[in-house]
Design a protein around this ligand. Structure first.
Ligand code: F6R
Length: 637
């Protein structure tokens, strides 16, 4: 099996998150007996998915801060450190950047210095009032060496330190002046064995070691050293020393924290012999789906959702559901609508998170808002949650990241247990989000009495059979790989589907666009004749997702759609149930899928489309895990 998976670049040869301007960065802090340089570089390597246009490191040695920073990928920083070594140290910070204010240059790379080099600071987020602060500092004679908003915070910190405050107090005084979203992590050359950080609307976790402690945007950064973590709350400051972790609020009050155990290890955060994280994550889907389904039926045969902190009585009064998400997660939401409406008869709307607030949605106490987010940090989705809760709606989030901001700010959460998703293009994130949506739909049907227990159990059993069927699809990829090899010079590729196949078409097109930079569009197959069919020309490749044969009406309609485009010269690549002779008759290429209920077909139909996109991008020589202009999670609106 592994041989098939490693076909054409599936081997251990290659390398290791949207919008255009500002997304996210990766931050690491360390204090302890290890070589800080190695710990920080290893951490940054695993955070590079968060930003990769420049990187930097600052260490304290002998009462002195040494700093190295370089534009470009982390490899440039590593080369710089080889040619210009940095003194050994046990206390330091590092940063991998995705430019917000100021282009990706050496000068704009973090860390930034304050107090004539006495303090160094890294930052994730956006300081919205930086222009005012910069003008104020400039008027006081501060000279700026970068175009970043971050340098303002570094100078403020430096001045606070120079005024005699300790590092924690100085940080407290800085955050009091800032507006916007930020994680700040800082060191002071005169405060040994200490790293201090602050967070507002931007992620930060503490890794709890033995005689050493870590700070990072993401636990993957320190998973090699410890699986124990503490999630920092909103508006908190943390001071780590080798033997202590102290957390306080921005106002200085003692803070409560939530320690947790990370249930995956280093191997999950590494490529394990695959050329790309994305490829590895595609093949992890059977396990990720099985893990997400684990333990959902109790000894009485009922469906249970662990962190469903919403009273059953409240769920019974829900009269509308609004699913809110972005990108791939939005596509999962579109599929959720079909399933939840079918099982519960509750009307479901699906919104792109960035549009949600602005359409002034009708929300009442009896509205349930369901948000979907792999990272749990997507700013558009987070703002949608805040808006929904202000309107007194209950919010359930579906999330893959324990302790992230989105689940923390929701009334209830359904965690997907996909493990870390590092490739920028979401794959196992998507399929596990679908599982969580199905579970939520069935749970609502259970508590509202729309379905009998045995019906629910039988559907859960169908879901439990999915991982094996996913394996079947992933073991039979020769046709997809050949297809990818023949697609490299295509100017455009279309994807069609109907019913739940329509969001699959959208997702297939998104995967291809984002990593192979090919023009691709997904359409509802029935919409084609209302305009897009004009695009169809001789030889245009069109993927068509055909519903299972049981859905005779839609099935036959999609088969007619295939004939329509074929008659106009399109080359049809048909994904349909194994043995579907009618669909096969009009397929230039036929990709068979195992038999599953219609609502669950997306779990299988998306797999060949993910593999196809991954392979096209690989063959085109692109960086599959870090596509241009994209970052893994989008922590600004
Ligand atoms: C595409 C992709 C994005 C994300 C979107 C939401 O492959 O990954 O479209 O799905 O940015 O991200 P999360 O799920 O982290 O909120």
């Amino acid at each position: 099996m592994i041989e098939t998976r490693r076909h054409q670049g599936f081997g251990p040869t290659g390398v290791s998150s949207p919008g255009k301007v500002a997304f996210m960065c990766g931050i690491v802090g360390y204090v302890g007996p290890r070589d800080a340089r190695s710990v920080i570089l290893a951490g940054l390597k695993r955070m590079e998915y968060r930003g990769y246009d420049s990187a930097g490191i600052a260490l304290v040695a002998d009462g002195h801060i040494d700093i190295r920073k370089k534009s470009g990928k982390l490899a440039n920083l590593v080369a710089e450190l080889e040619s210009n070594p940095i003194p050994a140290s046990h206390q330091g910070i590092g940063h991998t950047r995705w430019a917000t204010h100021g282009g990706p240059t050496d000068d704009n790379a973090h860390p930034h210095l304050g107090a004539a080099g006495r303090v160094a600071l890294v930052h994730n987020g956006i300081i919205e009032n930086f222009a005012t602060l910069k003008a104020e500092l400039s008027a006081q004679g501060v000279v700026f060496t970068s175009q970043t908003d971050t340098e303002v915070a570094a100078h403020l910190l430096g001045r606070a330190i120079e005024s005699g405050l300790g590092l924690v107090e100085a940080m407290r005084s800085v955050v009091a002046r800032l507006e916007g979203a930020f994680t700040l992590v800082a060191i002071d050359s005169q405060t040994p064995d200490t790293v201090v950080a602050a967070r507002r609307n931007s992620p930060l976790v503490v890794g709890v070691g033995q005689g050493e402690n870590f700070l990072a945007s993401d636990v993957a950064s320190f998973i090699e050293y410890t699986q124990e973590a503490i999630e920092l709350g909103q508006d908190q400051i943390v001071e780590i020393k080798p033997d202590s972790i102290e957390v306080t609020g921005f106002d200085g009050s003692p803070a409560t924290t939530r320690p947790y155990h990370i249930d995956w290890d280093l191997s999950a955060a590494e490529k394990g012999g695959y050329d790309w994280f994305m490829r590895k994550e595609i093949f992890e889907q059977p396990k990720a789906v099985a893990d997400t389904l684990l333990g959902r039926i109790n000894t009485d045969g009922e469906l249970v959702l662990d962190e469903m902190n919403i009273e059953v009585s409240e769920l019974r009064t829900i009269d509308k559901i609004i699913v809110v998400a972005c990108g791939t997660a939005y596509h999962a939401g579109l599929i959720a609508k079909y399933a939840i409406e079918h099982w519960t008869r509750i009307p479901v709307e699906v919104d792109i998170a960035s549009e949600f607030r602005y359409r002034d949605p009708v929300i009442h106490r009896s509205t349930l808002v369901v948000t979907i987010s792999q990272s749990g940090e997507t700013a558009d989705t987070l703002q949608a949650i805040r808006h929904a809760r202000e309107q007194h709606a209950k919010v359930i989030s579906i999330c893959n990241t324990n302790g992230a901001t989105i689940p923390r700010e929701s009334d209830a959460v359904i965690y997907t247990h996909a493990g870390p998703e590092i490739g920028v293009a979401s794959t196992k994130g998507f399929t596990t989000q679908l599982i969580a949506c199905y579970l939520l739909g069935l749970y609502l049907a259970q508590v509202r009495g729309n379905k009998f227990g045995d019906e629910i159990r039988s559907l859960v059993e169908e879901l439990e059979a999915i991982p094996e069927k996913m394996d079947q699809v992933l073991d039979d990829l020769e046709t997809v790989l050949t297809l990818a090899g023949n697609s490299l010079s295509e100017p455009s590729i279309l994807f069609l589907g109907r019913h739940v196949g329509y969001p699959v078409a959208l997702e297939g097109a998104l995967k291809l666009k984002e990593i192979s930079y090919l023009h691709a569009e997904g359409f509802a197959a029935g919409e084609l004749k209302h305009g897009p069919i004009a695009l169809v020309d001789k030889g245009l490749p069109i993927f068509v997702v055909v519903p299972p044969q049981g859905r005779d009406q839609i099935h036959d309609k999609v088969v007619s759609n295939i004939q329509e485009v074929r008659a106009r010269g399109a080359r049809t690549i048909v994904l349909a149930e194994r043995g579907d002779e009618e669909a096969m008759a009009f397929a230039d290429v036929f990709l068979p899928l195992p038999v599953v209920p219609t609502l669950f077909q997306p779990l299988l139909a998306i797999l060949p489309l993910q593999v196809y996109a991954c392979e096209v991008a690989t063959l085109k020589g692109y960086d599959v895990d870090q596509p241009r202009n994209l970052a893994k999670s989008v922590t600004v609106e």
